[in-house]
Write a protein that binds this ligand. Sequence first.
Ligand code: NAD
Ligand code: UDP
Length: 317
Amino acid sequence: MKRVLVTGGAGFIGSFLCDALIEQGREVICLDNFFTGSKRNIAHLLGNHRFEMIRHDITLPILLEVDQVFHFACPASPVHYQYNAVKTIKTNVMGTINMLGIAKRVQARILLASTSEVYGDPQVHPQKEDYWGNVNPIGIRSCYDEGKRVAEALMMDYHRQNHVDIRIIRIFNTYGPRMAPNDGRVVSNFIIQALRNKDITIYGDGKQTRSFCYVDDLVDGVLRMMECQNFIGPVNLGNPNEFTILELAEQILEITGSSSKIRHLPLPEDDPTQRRPDISLAKERLNWEPTIRLHEGLLKTIAYFEELLSQGLIEPQ
Ligand code: NAD
Ligand code: UDP
């Protein structure tokens, strides 16, 4: 039985990862400071004797003995990572050094949850892993995208210099139940607005694109990458079906039967115009590709937010 550490385990993706690892019979230590994560996401695991929750900020060192580290701790939505930009950089730099320190000391394999944001506003479409990106180093997204680029560099240098066993994945926009209702991401925003019959806030003309991956598909890819031999990545994990933000809004309006109207607001600075993963490498090396279509994933996500709203668990806006 492998003992694994999941940093950011009380967050959206991390909590589904904890579920899957417990399901596999692992012993799971979840490390989280609850900045954007929530106790609700892991409440159902607390009684399990193979699950342990430690409230800890990864920018501070910690000693733990584990076989694998899934390193997911970092605020992920622009609203949350820009809230305290310096802290976001510290989490990516000092936090990643601390987790690499654990991996080095106990010879654990460590997987970094990096992001499609390392490609910035890409000039190559779709994005392959060998594209170096088009990132504004001094912009309002740089605490996150440059932060993750440094985290990737640290992973590679600990690998080359100290022979740490690493894996790097680049996650593209992922959605599903347990996304924080207040994180300002497009899927959660539109669903909550639609369910409340409030205006759907489209930033810019809505022609910018994203490719949305349902969380179950993503977690499957993460687990395959951790177990894959002789392949450290980086590898793109995401759904290659690309939609405009306007198309996403239309699908959500249709499913919810909402009477919301569309309202256009200014496009945030450095907002990427298009994004779609080339997943040939994941197909070839991990035999992985997403299976859940946007419509199906949206149905499950909408049901989750409907439940939260009915229980009064989403703050009025
Ligand atoms: P999330 O905000 O729900 O989860 C992040 C978790 O990390 C939260 O539980 C938060 O409390 C915790 N955390 C943040 N800073 C911490 C710190 N200093 N110490 C300890 N814990 C800390 O976000 P998510 O969508 O689940 O994203 C998880 C990871 O996946 C992140 O690293 C993110 O960059 C990456 N990612 C996500 C997406 C996506 O679309 N969701 C896309 C690309 C990459
Ligand atoms: N977006 C939008 N309305 C919202 C929230 C986001 O039009 O209420 C747009 C945003 O400008 C971006 C896209 O949706 O073009 C995805 O935004 P999100 O914050 O979800 O993710 P990211 O920009 O990091 O891919």
